[in-house]
Design a protein around this ligand. Structure first.
Ligand SMILES: Cc1ncc(COP(=O)(O)O)c(C=O)c1O
Length: 434
């Protein structure tokens, strides 16, 4: 009898849906992963089956599982009694290191999740501008709070069209504060700023759109957005919960050479521990209490264990050779996977940057828009993920159209080759069924 199945069945009796997070259920296998232990780029489930992990904790374990530097920092914080809801010297050290590393950061705050970070930035942007509306881009993901959980109520690609909540129970009327437009359409930006800039507090976006796989902004789009936000006093807010540290220490803003006014960092910043960060221009961040009048507080904010983990993680991202290694593994993995699909006659496009990538099934052209990403064949993706899992490579399904995948710094080029050998078997099985 499988321990994974027995324990999942047991969880279903008392844990709602058998999971601690709704998106933890992987529809390709109709259950979550129940993991016993993990090391580097590998995880072992409760039955002892080993997988090369191409989910990496939804992007949080960019260093790999059980990184020795993070573990030592955590153990040290625990040995000091982990006094929660107080500050110590590691808070200032991590804050200073982040301000040195990420271009827009002059001041930061620590919080628990990406969802909290985007929520606090939106409040701060309203406090600073006295305006209420938020410009957002169709399909970008910013967490699970009521202010951002909306999608188009009609066809894709409309400019400020009607919206509908992504979940039931969302506070009615929240969509009144949103202006939603398509990504990568600079002409639409001009039009929307001309009409609505006076009521817009902030423009929020995924500067590298990993939640739709991996879509890069065009330079024209991102520079137009920076120019118009600056001109109209609209706060440019980069949601770097997923993109931070992924391709270079300063994240998407360093990569694109565009400095926003505020940004969020999540996932990788905590090295696998629940830390997120928001920050940016000093004049904006000084609006937070106790200097200013905008609230950001929380009992567990800046918990000493997660701050210690974050400090160790950020130091590791800044260590010599970290990104050279990431790019070397990417250069094997992404073309290697593309070649496997091509060899087996499976129409798919692999698109990645740094340590994260998307696979678009049924498409082979460059993906630059949400419309294209939505056309990807989700059924084929689920069949691929199931075959990969059967062959010892873990990919997660997040429930949406396209999904993001990734590898960690602990993955060697040899591990990448091993993953490709397993994936060759998986795609061969998929091809024989298609
Ligand atoms: C860009 C982005 N923003 C916000 C969030 C929400 O972060 P969390 O799941 O930590 O609340 C995510 C999570 O995937 C994300 O990718």
């Amino acid at each position: 009898m499988s321990l994974v199945q027995t324990q999942y069945d047991r969880a279903l009796l008392s844990l709602a849906g058998g999971v601690s997070s709704s998106t933890r259920l992987n529809k390709a296998i109709n259950r979550p992963m129940l993991i016993d232990r993990a090391e580097g780029c590998r995880v072992w489930d409760l039955d002892g089956k080993e997988y090369i992990d191409l989910c990496c904790s939804h992007g949080a374990t960019l260093l790999g599982h059980g990184d020795a530097r993070v573990q030592a920092a955590v153990e040290k914080a625990l040995s000091r009694g982990a006094p929660c809801s107080y500050e110590n010297e590691t808070h200032a050290e991590l804050a200073a290191l982040l301000c040195e590393t990420v271009p827009c950061l002059e001041r930061v705050r620590f919080t628990g999740s990406g969802t909290e970070a985007t929520g606090h930035c939106i409040r701060l942007a309203r406090a600073c501008t006295g305006r209420t509306k938020l410009l957002r881009f169709e399909g970008n993901f910013h967490g699970y709070h009521d202010q951002v959980m909306f999608m188009s109520a009609g066809e894709i690609g409309l400019v400020n069209g009607p919206l509908k909540p992504i979940s039931t129970g969302v506070t009615p009327g929240m969509d009144q504060h949103l202006i939603q437009i398509p990504y990568n359409r600079p002409g639409v930006l001009e039009e929307i700023f001309a009409r609505h800039a006076h009521e817009m507090a902030a423009a929020i976006l995924e500067p590298i759109w990993f939640n739709a796989g991996c879509i890069l902004p065009t330079m024209e789009f991102i520079t137009t957005l920076r120019r118009l936000t600056e001109k109209h006093g609209v706060i440019l807010l980069f949601d770097e919960v997923l993109s931070a540290f992924r391709m270079c220490p300063g994240g998407a803003q360093e990569y694109l050479l565009i400095t926003p006014d505020l940004c969020t960092l999540g996932k990788a910043v905590g090295g696998g521990y629940p830390l997120s960060v928001f920050g940016g221009r000093k004049d904006l961040m000084d609006r937070l209490m106790p200097i200013g009048d905008c609230q950001h507080s929380g009992t567990y904010n800046g918990h000493p264990v997660v701050v210690a983990a974050g400090l160790a993680a950020v130091k590791a991202y800044r260590s010599p050779g970290f990104y050279e290694h990431i790019h070397a593994v990417a250069a094997r993995l992404f073309p290697g996977l593309q070649a496997i699909f091509d060899r087996h006659g499976i129409k798919a496009r692999v698109q990645g940057l740094g340590a994260r990538f998307g696979v678009y099934f049924g498409l082979n052209e460059k993906i630059t828009s949400y419309d294209q990403a939505q056309q990807h064949d989700r059924g084929q993706m689920l069949r691929f993920i199931a075959a990969a899992i059967a062959n010892g490579v873990y990919f997660h399904d997040y429930g949406g159209a396209a999904c993001h995948h990734g590898f960690c710094g602990a993955m060697s080029e040899g591990d990448a080759e091993e993953a490709l050998i397993r994936l060759d078997l998986a795609v061969s099985a998929l091809a024989s069924r298609t």
